[in-house]
Write a protein that binds this ligand. Structure first.
Ligand code: FE2
Length: 428
C-alpha cells in the first residue's frame, strides 16, 4: 500500500511538472488572413498561462530547416484573456506577418523562449493568372472528434495542395463551450496549421444571451477569440470579423453574417462591395440558404433581401450550410432556372458533419443534385477562365460537380461530363 502511494505521489509530481510546462505551450494554432493573402499571413493560438512576450517568427523556406531560427523575423503578438463557461481562463494570441513575398513558401512558429511551437509551413498567394484549389465545408458542428475527423483526413489526402478552407458556418455545436472547440482543433490537427481558414458564422456559433442593437444573436466571443479575420465589414461592432471580404488570386470571397441578414447596414455594405471593381470570380459565403434543402425550412426574407443583389451584380457562386442536406442548383434568376449561359448565380448547400435532416421538396425544381445522409467535402479549382466544383463523399466518390467557363459575355455552366479531377495546383 505504502509502495503504491509513493508511486502515485511520484506520478502526481511528474504530472504536475508536465502540466506546468503545458501551461506555456501554444495550443489551437490556426492560420487565417486579416489582409492580402499575397503579402500577409495571420496566426492565432492560445496558452493556459498569460505570456507577455508571446510572438510569432517567420522565415522564407530555404534548403535547411536548421537555419530557420537564425534568420527568422520576430513579430510581437497581441493578446486577449478569455474566461470560458467552466470558469477556466486562457490567453488567446494573434500575430500578423506583413511584407511577405507573393507565391513563396514560408515557415513559422509561435510562442516564446523555451515554449515555441513546431515550425509549420504556409504559402503566400501568387499571381492572379495561376490556377489554385480550395476546400468548401458545410456544417461540421457535431461529433467532430469521432465523426468529422475521418472526413477531414480524406479531404486533405485528396488535395493537399489546396490553399485554404472555407466554412459555411456552424463550426461547432455550441460556440460558447470550450469543449466543442477542443474537439474542433483536435479533429483538424495540423491541417489548419498549414491551410488557412475562412469562416462565416452559423447560428450555433452565436450566443442566445448576447443580442446586437437589432435584436439578432451575436457571434460568441469564444468563436472570435480563436481566429483573426479581416475587419473591412459593415460599420457595427458585431460585424467585426463576421462579415468581410478576401481577395485570393482571381477570386473575391465575400463573407456574410446571415444571423443578421436583416440588418440594413450589412445589406448596404454588401452592395458597396459588389459595385466596386472586382476579381474575375465572385463567391459569396454564408450560413442560412437562399433556397433551403432541409425539410420545413424556408428563409423567405433572406431570399428577398440577398438574391436580387446577387443577380444584379453578377455573383458567380453562393456557398451555404445550415440545412444538413446537400443541394446544388443550376443558374437561377428570380427563382427560376435559366439558360446555362445566362448571367445568374449558382447556389450550393453542403453538409460535412454527421447530423442529417430530411429533404425539403419546395425547391427541387431548382436543384440539379440533392444528396441526403452523406458527409461531403468540396474541392473548387479556379483560374481566371474556369471554376471547377467537385463534391465528394467520405469514400472519395464524386457525387456532384460542374464547371463555369468564362466567356466574353459572362459564364457558361457545364454539368456533363461530371468533373472528376479535384485539384490542379502545381505545388504548395
Ligand atoms: Fe445552422
Amino acid at each position: 500500500m505504502r509502495r503504491w502511494m509513493s508511486g502515485a505521489f511520484l506520478w502526481l509530481v511528474l504530472a504536475g511538472a508536465g502540466l506546468a510546462q503545458d501551461e506555456n505551450q501554444p495550443q489551437r494554432i490556426v492560420l487565417s488572413w486579416e489582409r492580402d493573402p499575397a503579402t500577409s499571413q495571420s496566426v492565432s493560438w492560445r496558452t493556459v498561462r498569460q505570456l507577455d512576450n508571446a510572438a510569432g517568427q517567420v522565415v522564407r523556406v530555404k534548403g535547411w530547416a536548421r537555419t530557420f531560427e537564425d534568420s527568422a523575423r520576430t513579430v510581437k503578438a497581441r493578446s486577449a484573456k478569455i474566461k470560458t463557461q467552466t470558469g477556466a481562463a486562457y490567453t488567446h494570441y494573434s500575430v500578423r506577418f506583413d511584407g511577405l513575398e507573393p507565391g513563396v513558401r514560408y515557415a513559422y512558429r509561435v510562442g516564446c523562449e523555451e515554449h515555441w511551437s513546431e515550425w509549420n509551413l504556409f504559402r503566400t498567394a501568387g499571381a492572379d493568372s495561376e490556377a489554385f484549389s480550395f476546400f468548401y465545408l458545410g456544417d461540421v458542428q457535431n461529433d467532430i472528434r469521432s465523426e468529422v475527423a475521418p472526413l477531414l483526413r480524406a479531404m486533405y489526402a485528396d488535395a493537399p495542395q489546396s490553399r485554404f478552407i472555407v466554412f459555411a458556418g456552424d463550426l461547432v455545436n455550441r460556440g460558447m463551450e470550450d469543449a466543442n472547440w477542443a474537439e474542433f482543433f483536435e479533429a483538424f490537427g495540423p491541417i489548419v496549421r498549414m491551410t488557412p481558414l475562412i469562416a462565416a458564422p452559423g447560428n450555433h456559433d452565436t450566443n442566445k444571451e448576447m443580442l446586437d442593437d437589432r435584436g439578432n444573436r451575436r457571434v460568441d466571443p469564444l468563436y472570435l477569440a480563436h481566429f483573426a479575420f479581416p475587419q473591412d465589414g459593415p460599420d457595427a461592432e458585431h460585424f467585426k470579423e463576421t462579415a468581410y471580404t478576401l481577395d485570393y488570386q482571381c477570386v473575391r470571397i465575400i463573407v456574410l453574417n446571415s444571423n443578421a441578414y436583416n440588418d440594413e447596414r450589412q445589406v448596404r455594405w454588401l452592395e458597396s462591395v459588389l459595385v466596386a471593381p472586382r476579381k474575375p470570380w465572385t463567391i459569396v459565403l454564408f450560413h442560412h440558404p437562399v433556397y433551403s434543402t432541409g425539410s420545413e425550412r424556408d428563409n423567405k426574407e433572406l431570399r428577398a433581401t440577398l438574391a436580387p443583389l446577387f443577380e444584379k451584380y453578377g455573383v458567380d457562386l453562393v456557398l451555404q450550410g445550415h440545412d444538413h442536406y446537400y443541394g446544388r442548383t443550376g443558374k437561377i434568376l428570380q427563382e427560376r432556372i435559366v439558360a446555362a449561359d445566362a448571367a445568374a448565380p449558382v447556389y450550393a448547400v453542403s453538409i460535412s458533419g454527421p447530423k442529417m435532416y430530411k429533404q425539403n421538396k419546395t425547391f427541387t425544381h431548382l436543384m440539379r443534385r440533392m444528396i441526403g445522409e452523406t458527409q461531403l467535402y468540396q474541392i473548387l479549382t479556379l483560374s481566371p477562365q474556369h471554376l471547377t466544383y467537385v463534391c465528394k463523399s467520405l469514400d472519395g466518390e464524386v457525387k456532384d460537380g460542374f464547371t463555369l467557363l468564362k466567356q466574353a459575355q459572362g459564364t457558361v455552366l457545364v454539368e456533363k461530363p461530371l468533373p472528376s479531377v479535384g485539384c490542379y495546383c502545381p505545388e504548395r
